[in-house]
Design a protein around this ligand. Structure first.
Ligand code: ADP
Length: 243
């Protein structure tokens, strides 16, 4: 330290306690989400039955409540699935069922759950282009990216979904024209539980979608990235082996 001195300062920090705390938190989340899964699954089954019988119901208010209950239970199910997936992935349990998949079909099916009349989805891909991947897992990644575009870039004039060949890889991207993300936050986006606007709580979420997506893409040997400019929008993309 200093110009003419020969002292060195060494700082030791015991991280064992922090690691133990992290592990206990993970264990708690894992047990809690497993315990929640069974009753919520039976609740969902009952509500779906009620939904099918709702036309026989007596009042319009009851129909509305049944529909609302179904939407809410669907959200709870998705949250529990995210927690379960995240725990599984952090423990390294992720088996892939690889097959050859048509890229354009994949792009379209990842938007099928959204009322397309409300959003302007634009698809761009060679109809012959194919990737070699686990179809369900990769659809989960794309659905996450599409849901984020719809949620965080609600006013976007369009959402572009594109697949293009780059050497022996296929690059798949989701682009929105929403508010964008500040430059210094970009490196943390794929971290577990990271949320940009955590304090504002404007949108609910667990900060797990991008973490899970990154784990799935990495498991395929691919890469996932984001580019974003505040005021212009964001592009999330990942690359996977071509089939
Ligand atoms: P969650 O949506 O549960 O917060 P994610 O991991 O999917 O978790 O996203 C992490 C954060 O990244 C979000 O909280 C949001 O702030 C930001 N984000 C993700 N996608 C977009 C997007 N298309 N535009 C702006 N911000 C985004």
């Amino acid at each position: 330290m200093g110009e003419n001195s020969s002292y060195v300062v060494v700082v030791f920090d015991n991280i064992t306690a922090k690691k133990e705390l992290e592990q206990r938190k993970d264990d708690f989340i894992s047990v809690a989400s497993h315990e929640l899964k069974t009753p919520v699954t039976s609740l969902k089954a009952s509500l779906q039955l009620l939904d099918r019988m709702k036309q026989q119901s007596t009042t319009p208010a009851m129909v509305r409540m049944i529909e609302q209950a179904n939407r809410s239970v669907e959200k709870v199910t998705l949250l529990i699935d995210s927690l379960l997936n995240a725990t599984r992935m952090s423990e390294g349990h992720l088996d892939l069922q690889l097959s050859s998949i048509n890229a354009l079909k994949l792009l379209k099916s990842a938007c099928a759950h959204i009322q397309t009349a409300d959003y302007n989805f634009i698809f761009e891909a060679d109809p012959e282009l194919r990737i070699y991947a686990d179809e369900n897992r990769i659809e989960q990644v794309l659905v996450n990216l599409v849901n984020n575009a719809v949620k965080y870039a609600a006013g976007s004039s369009a959402i572009h979904l594109k697949a293009s060949r780059e050497g022996d890889q296929v690059k798949i991207s989701v682009r929105d024209f929403g508010p964008g993300i500040e430059h210094e936050k970009l490196p943390h986006l794929f971290d577990r539980h990271y949320r940009v606007d955590f304090s504002g709580m404007q949108y609910s979420g667990l900060g797990l979608g991008l973490y899970i997506s990154a784990e799935i893409v990495k498991k395929h040997g691919g890469a996932i990235q984001v580019a974003s400019t505040v005021g212009s929008g964001s592009t999330f993309w990942f690359s996977l082996p071509a089939a």
